[in-house]
Design a protein around this ligand. Structure first.
Ligand code: NDP
Length: 324
């Protein structure tokens, strides 16, 4: 038996219940892990509210770290006692869980379990955004929304390490300071300032070649106005709500723009891609050029409080749910 958070009906944070449930033994290709730390991500909110529907009941959570405690048949290269970490599939808010062995990676010794749980999903997302969806060039200026968030702080640091100048939007002075300390050259308080005007001002009217927009509803259309002609809009999340449908002709009107809507899981579906992306992340963290800022910790059983903080924009950087 284990303890896990389970959702029986989609809805508010109160729908997450801490329950005792069976884990079972690993099937072919699977292992059982005893988790030591679990990552909190905005996708957990989309799962909980039903925006991304799940079969009920379900255990949210797509990121964690821990120790293998039982290995199923047909698993090569892992044994009980190995340290592992993962991003996806769902089922992470649990003390123990089953997981396909080919979704696991082994973090380097210098990276703690809490850091691994805080960074696997957000960090590989940043690798996808800066190195795979599009190659970031030294000397260019880019726009990052929610720059002091979990993805945001990693994105600012990694982009700066690649030689880009980062303009980042944030909602408070405290977040602006944090973003600045993490590679964001020009924080914009988008709750006070018109971010389109400010981006135009900072780029001598030219606009930026790429916008990374995870805020969605509140920023999506205005982000187009920050782009230079033939620029790329990377819409990769919707923290403020779902994006309304729009006519593709708008992309022509705004200057022959490109739009992509990537999700990490399609970029790490192949085991070789997962390994490549995890290695890129581990390397940049080990080099010290990207630091993983765990802004807050909550006990796993209190995941509802973590969701309330995330949805109220009260979190900074990454959040870890501690186990045990
Ligand atoms: P964050 O830590 O970035 O938290 C969300 C932030 O969004 C808030 O702190 C807030 O920053 C900003 N925000 C703006 N408007 C709202 C609103 N109405 N409600 C809540 N937050 C708002 O979360 P994560 O780092 O976990 O994720 C960031 C985004 O990236 C999410 O949209 C997530 O879905 C997406 N994502 C996408 C992936 C993919 O594969 N496509 C993978 C991983 C993440 P501020 O107060 O400064 O405005």
């Amino acid at each position: 038996m284990t303890h896990a958070i389970r959702v029986h009906q989609p809805g508010g944070p109160g729908q997450m219940r801490w329950e005792e449930c069976a884990v079972g033994d690993p099937g072919p290709g699977e292992v059982r892990i005893r988790q030591t730390a679990v990552g909190l991500n905005f996708i957990d909110v989309y799962h909980r509210t039903g925006l991304y529907p799940q079969p009920l009941p379900f255990t949210p959570g797509v990121e964690g770290a821990g120790i293998v405690d039982l290995v199923g048949p047909d698993v090569a290269g892992l044994e009980a006692g190995d340290r592992v970490a993962y991003a996806g599939p769902i089922g992470g808010y649990a003390e123990s869980r089953l997981i396909a062995a080919d979704r696991l990676v082994v973090p380097p010794a210098e990276i703690t379990d809490q850091q691994a749980a805080a960074m696997m999903l957000q960090g590989m997302t940043v690798d996808m955004l800066l190195n795979r969806v599009r190659t970031t060039k030294a000397g260019e200026t880019i726009l990052v929304h929610a720059a002091a968030g979990g993805v945001g702080l990693i994105l600012c640091q990694w982009a700066a390490a690649l030689g880009a100048t980062v303009i980042g939007t944030v909602s408070t002075e405290e977040k602006a300071e944090l973003a600045r300390a993490n590679g964001c050259r020009h924080p914009i308080l988008y709750t006070n300032e018109d971010f389109v005007e400010r981006v135009r001002e900072l780029t001598d009217g030219k606009g930026v070649p790429v916008v990374y927009d995870s805020v969605g509803k509140d920023t999506f259309l205005r982000s187009f106005d920050c782009l230079s002609p033939r620029g790329l809009m990377v819409s990769f999340g919707q923290s403020s709500g779902a994006i309304e449908p729009f006519a593709p002709g708008l992309l022509a009107q705004k200057g022959s723009l490109f739009l992509t809507r990537p999700t990490l899981f399609t970029y790490i579906e192949e085991r070789s891609e997962l390994q490549h992306s995890a290695r890129a992340l581990f390397d940049i963290v080990r080099s010290g050029r990207v630091k993983i800022d765990i802004g807050q910790r909550f006990a796993l059983a209190c995941a509802a409080d973590a969701h309330r903080a995330l949805e109220a924009r009260r979190t900074i950087g990454s959040t870890v749910l501690t186990v045990g």
